[in-house]
Design a protein around this ligand. Structure first.
Ligand SMILES: Cc1ncc(COP(=O)(O)O)c(C=O)c1O
Length: 389
């Protein structure tokens, strides 16, 4: 039996928030290195962090943090923390019925090919950044011919190809794209159409704006940005695409097996599921995805306006493809980068360093970032330019 995404009493699902109902499954969790985590805690413990601009794990809404703190010792009268409940017990199963998922994001780079292709098949991709490249490489490792029907390498991944400027061979098993490239800060301003199933890595875009799920065969998104905390990935699969996993596909990556098992082939990342449930409620309570889009535009508009008005800061992305979630920027003098980072941390603006592969700065502004956070960043940037520009 394939279990559809089921909405719990009064609880929204991602599909309902995006207005369509498909099937959701998800594999594999990932565990961060304990030593690295502890090092991070040590370096931050004495600072007063006001706003978190990390690309993920990302900020949670303040009211959610308070709620988690309140209900941690006693989840819904069970007398126990939610992540210590049996995932087979009725209390937790009820939660999973509202939010069917588990797993980790990068696993989908393998899961998509394993579920939709056979070795030797051809797939198509539009590459607009690092995550699309990594996914293409993984597909190649799994024996696929990856046809890059558009690749923005010549622009150093600072643009999106013009709508309709590429052709997808109908022999391709799917067309893959990343609606929002988190590292480069490049976002599709339009919805690609495809003659073959469309696969979207919506990790840094999901629930920040409406998305036409019906146009897609597969949509996946890690939970550590707009959906709560790290450790899980939400996967939305068109029902018709189930039952096609290649022989030898590991069970934990098999969409059909996962769906049949209610996303509980193994022990789910229970805390991530719990926070996802809270996040979906929160988004719905804030006015839903349309409200998220309005706020996203407002936040990003503040930062881009400052950058564009300044000769000191620059954003390398083609204005028509600028991300409203991740804004990379450089300073006129890169020697000032460490000073900017140190001073911004002191000012309570955390994690503004760019991805290690590109350097510079990056401000990630997901749903949990209040407008006041973007304003605080802009105020700081203006002041920094005045003092150092
Ligand atoms: C667009 C995108 N895809 C995939 C990933 C990888 O996700 P994970 O770290 O959960 O494997 C990321 C991580 O930031 C991302 O931004």
């Amino acid at each position: 039996m394939v279990r559809p995404w089921r909405m719990g009493q009064g609880h929204p699902s991602i599909s309902s928030l995006l207005f369509f109902s498909l099937v959701m499954v998800g594999p594999v969790g990932r565990v961060a290195g304990r030593a690295r985590l502890l090092a991070g805690v040590r370096s931050w413990q004495n600072r007063h962090v006001t706003y978190n601009f990390s690309s993920g794990p990302a900020a949670l809404p303040a009211e959610l943090v308070n709620r988690i703190q309140e209900e941690l010792p006693d989840w819904h009268g069970t007398g126990m923390p939610v992540m210590t409940l049996s995932h087979r017990g009725p209390d937790f199963v009820a939660l999973m019925e509202q939010d069917i998922m588990q797993g980790g994001g990068m696993g989908q780079f393998a899961a998509v090919p394993l579920n939709l292709t056979l070795p030797g098949d051809e797939v198509a991709t539009v590459v607009t950044g690092r995550w699309g490249l990594t996914a293409a490489e993984e597909a190649e490792r799994l024996g696929l011919t990856v046809r890059r029907v558009a690749d923005q390498a010549a622009d150093r991944y600072t643009s999106v190809p013009a709508e309709g400027s590429w052709t997808v061979p109908t022999s391709a098993r799917y067309l893959y794209y990343v609606p929002n490239e988190t590292i480069g800060g490049v976002e599709f301003p339009y919805q690609p159409v495809s003659p073959v199933p469309l696969v979207a890595d919506a990790s840094s875009q999901i629930l920040s704006q409406p998305m036409d799920l019906a146009a897609h065969g597969v949509v996946f998104a890690g939970t550590q940005k707009n959906l709560g905390v790290a450790g899980a990935v939400v996967v939305i699969v068109e029902r018709e695409l189930l039952g096609r996993a290649r022989p030898g596909c590991p069970s934990i990556l098999d969409y059909t097996r996962g769906a049949k098992a209610g996303s509980m082939l193994n022990t789910p990342t229970t805390f991530a599921v719990y926070v996802l449930d809270l996040m979906l409620d929160w988004v719905a309570g804030q006015g839903g995805v349309e409200a998220m889009r309005t706020r996203s535009l407002e936040r990003a508009g503040l930062v881009y306006s400052l950058i564009d008005a300044s000769g000191f800061y620059a954003n390398p992305v083609d204005p028509s493809a600028r991300s409203t979630k991740n804004i990379p920027f450089t300073l006129a003098d890169p020697a000032l980068d460490p000073v900017f980072l140190a001073e911004s941390e002191q000012a309570g603006l955390a994690f503004l360093g760019g991805h290690r592969s590109v350097g510079g700065m990056r401000a990630s502004l997901y749903n949990a970032m209040p407008l006041a956070g973007a304003q605080a960043l802009v105020d700081f940037m203006r002041d920094f330019e005045r003092r150092h520009g």
